[in-house]
Design a protein around this ligand. Structure first.
Ligand SMILES: NC(=O)c1ccc[n+]([C@@H]2O[C@H](COP(=O)([O-])OP(=O)(O)OC[C@H]3O[C@@H](n4cnc5c(N)ncnc54)[C@H](OP(=O)(O)O)[C@@H]3O)[C@@H](O)[C@H]2O)c1
Length: 255
């Protein structure tokens, strides 16, 4: 698949490059600074991708990049959600521009495009309640508005999926292709965190579910490489099982 990748100079974006290549995709990296990207990547990797300069807040430029390079899928890891509920970053503006660019390119090209975006675990529901985890941990709330934007799209507009990890750490600084797919796989579930450890503590008034969510948090730490591998593998297998879904993930080996 030919994939337009936004945020390729970032933590997960830079891991997505070797992961996508390992899964036989062609990569068009859409970045603000091609020189920054070049300095990050091993030359052997950089020479396998195409680089387009552009801003992720520019929906017309995103649309143009998709159409000019005949991309069939977009992966966006551009922008970072603001941590505190009262602070604002540029993610909402970027997110809207990406969604609009992908929508418009699909409409003009006559083909619905596949889109993977980054979310956070807070958009997932506390299992069995239908209530978003962010109610109990009100951080990174911009992801909630982003998910609301996706779910409000008319049917057959964009085949989107949102990866919703808790937090991600680097497994390695090595961005080469060699070990790109050698990761412990993830278990995934739509809408909720998979394999949640529930506890009677949840019944403690006011703070119960927050305590249980805090007890679970560590279990949902994954690596940037695992997240990248999950997205790249899903695009390769083409089953579309995560389309229209916010996807919770956990390492297969986690108890
Ligand atoms: N890291 C985690 O543990 C974690 C966990 C859960 C969810 N997430 C979510 O995953 C996403 C990516 O996280 P990350 O840690 O990979 O972030 P990051 O390392 O800060 O990367 C952000 C990327 O966005 C790019 N960007 C920002 N503004 C842009 C613009 N106007 N035009 C083009 N590119 C722009 C940056 O490019 P420049 O290099 O040019 O600045 C960079 O490549 C975020 O939404 C985050 O909330 C992250």
């Amino acid at each position: 698949m030919k994939v337009l990748l936004l945020g390729a100079t970032g933590n997960i974006g830079s891991r997505l490059i070797p992961a996508l290549l390992a899964h036989h995709h062609s990569v068009v990296a859409y970045v603000r600074s091609p020189s920054k990207l070049q300095s990050l990547l091993p030359a052997t990797l950089h020479e396998q991708i195409l680089v387009v300069q552009g801003d992720a807040t520019d929906s017309a430029a995103i649309k143009r990049a998709i159409l000019e390079h005949r991309c069939e899928a977009v992966v966006s890891a551009a922008g970072v959600a603001a941590l505190a509920p009262w602070s604002h970053g540029d993610l909402p503006v970027i997110f809207k521009a990406v969604v609009e660019g992908v929508r418009a390119a699909g409409a003009e090209g006559g083909k619905m495009l596949r889109l993977w975006v980054m979310g956070g675990q807070g958009v997932l529901k506390y299992p069995g309640t239908g209530v978003a985890l962010s109610k109990y941990f009100p951080i990174f709330l911009e992801h909630n508005a982003n998910l609301a934007l996706l779910t409000s799209l008319p049917p057959n507009t964009i085949a989107w999926s949102m990866l919703c990890p808790n937090w991600m750490v680097a497994e390695s600084r090595d961005l080469s292709l060699t070990s790109a797919t050698l990761r412990e796989p993830l278990d995934a579930e739509a809408g909720v965190p998979p394999r949640w450890n529930d506890s009677g503590l949840k019944h403690v008034p006011l703070v119960g579910k927050t305590l249980v969510a805090a007890m679970n948090a560590r279990r949902y730490r994954i690596t940037l490489e695992q997240g990248a591998e999950f997205v790249a593998g899903d695009l390769e297998n083409g089953r579309g099982e995560w389309e229209g879904k916010a996807v919770g993930v956990i390492g297969k080996g986690v108890k």
